[in-house]
Design a protein around this ligand. Structure first.
Ligand code: ARG
Length: 460
């Protein structure tokens, strides 16, 4: 098959080359962006007197027809056309004749692909941010019911201090808010039009880049053409944004897996979002959070893959860059389905406050409160208070109880300065509510945090 660029070649391309070189089987996903880019370019050419009104009209009608054919499934995607840009232009020329060949005036595939891919990525930044917002809403809905539900706060996966479940979920809300901000700032930063950069150096034609940028909804025109045709920072940014977001999703998933185990028993995932075993009839497995954790890996792969593709490229465009798309498409689709299924899994899971509360009675979670009591009420230096508390913990262990349940007489045997008011300090609820410094776990502080996230979402 004759190539558009075959002028200087005497032998035609081998089949093997076609297979190796083509991106049309996956970049066809960008057909809308490509057609819109061509329409904006053609309108600009007409405004500048490079195309006549009649030629513009033919191109507009022809592209409308191409779009229809693509959307009805009639369009023939051939790997011998190499990429969607040439596939669409070839079909346009078949439909409208020689005028189709004028469309590429003052344009190269290098700025064309930069326009198409950038617009796809910009749009996806916003679409994914919106999905993260929906997930946050769902998490807030669950959290709102649990500002008083105690569970053990942990460090090193060891019981540390009592917190409430809404506070724990609030930590993820904070992560997801940063994720949204990252998607939105990438959108702002990369909202520049590559159209008119042509192959690398601009064009001698009298074009109006500002005009085509406006038609495409870009905020600005890029500054340096050599940079623009080989810039894939926007793609790296969305991959990084998705990777970080998936890292957050993966951490939450890890907790969902742990929490749904017998040993924790803090939640039960709904049947709808759990799976069975092919051999063990009794099993109910948390495949959804496990897969979310697993899929995080492939997204990192896409990020590292593209960073590696880009790192050795001389200016400007190099064909290596064609390897930018599949990883981004895959990461975007992974992010979208992950956000949706996580939202559903959270919405339908059952929280088990009783088990969370029982877990708080293991590990002497109010030990820090006893030390704080000794400092505050008995004027004992913290290091000494720490030591005395250690003794109280050892005594509780000896008695086989939790520190929160120890009787006053045992504490007074350890240190006579301790009086009855200590018992209030040891109550787990009081321990949680005592942490009322800004951003702390106290119910009232947790509620402030939930209100903050609600307001943030309302302002969006
Ligand atoms: N399919 C190519 C890509 O995705 C389009 C640009 C090709 N330009 C070129 N001069 N070969 O990067």
């Amino acid at each position: 098959m004759e190539k558009m660029w075959s002028g200087r070649f005497s032998a035609s391309a081998s089949n093997l080359l076609d297979q190796f070189n083509a991106s049309i089987m996956y970049d066809r996903k960008l057909y809308r962006e490509d057609i819109e880019g061509s329409l904006a370019h053609a309108r600009m050419l007409e405004k500048q007197g490079i195309l006549t009104q009649d030629e513009l009209k033919q191109i507009q009608d022809g592209l409308a027809q191409v779009k229809k054919e693509i959307e009805s499934g009639e369009f023939e995607w051939n790997i011998s056309d190499e990429d969607l840009h040439m596939g669409i232009e070839k079909r346009l020329t078949q439909i409208i004749g020689d005028t189709g060949k004028k469309l590429h005036t003052a344009r190269s595939r290098n700025d064309q692909v930069a326009v198409d891919f950038r617009r796809y990525v910009l749009r996806k930044n916003l679409e994914i941010a919106k999905l993260v917002k929906l997930l946050m809403k769902e998490i807030i809905g669950v959290a709102q019911k649990h500002t008083e539900t105690l569970l053990p706060g942990m460090t090193h996966l060891q019981h540390a201090q009592p917190i409430n479940f809404a506070f724990h979920l609030g930590a993820y809300l904070a992560m997801f808010q940063r994720d949204i901000e990252r998607f939105e700032s990438s959108y702002e930063r990369n909202n520049v039009s590559p159209l008119g950069c042509a192959a690398l150096a601009g064009t001698p034609h009298n074009i109006d880049r500002q005009y085509s940028a406006e038609l495409l909804g870009f905020e600005r025109v890029s500054v340096n053409c050599l940079d623009t045709v080989s810039d894939r920072d926007f793609a790296l940014e969305i991959l990084f944004n998705i990777s970080t977001m998936m890292m957050h999703i993966s951490r939450l998933s890890e907790e969902l897996v742990l929490w749904s185990s017998y040993e924790f028993g803090f939640i039960e995932l709904s049947d709808e979002y759990s799976t069975g075993s092919s051999i063990m009839p009794q099993k109910k497995n948390p495949d959804v959070p496990e897969l979310l954790r697993g899929k995080t890996g492939r997204v990192y792969g896409a990020l590292v893959g593209l960073l590696t593709v880009m790192k050795g490229l001389p200016l400007a465009y190099n064909k290596d860059t064609q390897e930018d798309k599949e990883g981004v498409f895959d990461a975007v689709e992974t992010a979208e389905i992950s956000l949706e299924i996580l939202k559903e899994a959270i919405k339908t899971m059952q929280v088990k406050p009783q088990n969370m509360h029982s877990a708080c009675k293991v590990g002497h979670l109010s030990a820090t409160d006893l030390a704080d009591y000794l400092v505050e009420k008995c004027n004992i230096p913290f290091r000494e208070a720490h030591f005395i508390t250690g003794k109280a913990v050892a005594k509780s262990e000896e008695l086989g109880i939790d520190l929160s349940e120890i009787e006053l007489k045992y504490l007074q045997e350890i240190d006579e300065r301790i009086s009855e008011d200590v018992l209030d300090f040891l109550v787990l609820e009081n321990s949680m509510n005592a942490r009322k410094s800004q951003g702390g776990t106290a119910t009232q502080r947790t509620q402030e945090q939930l209100d903050y996230f609600k307001k943030y979402l309302e302002e969006q």
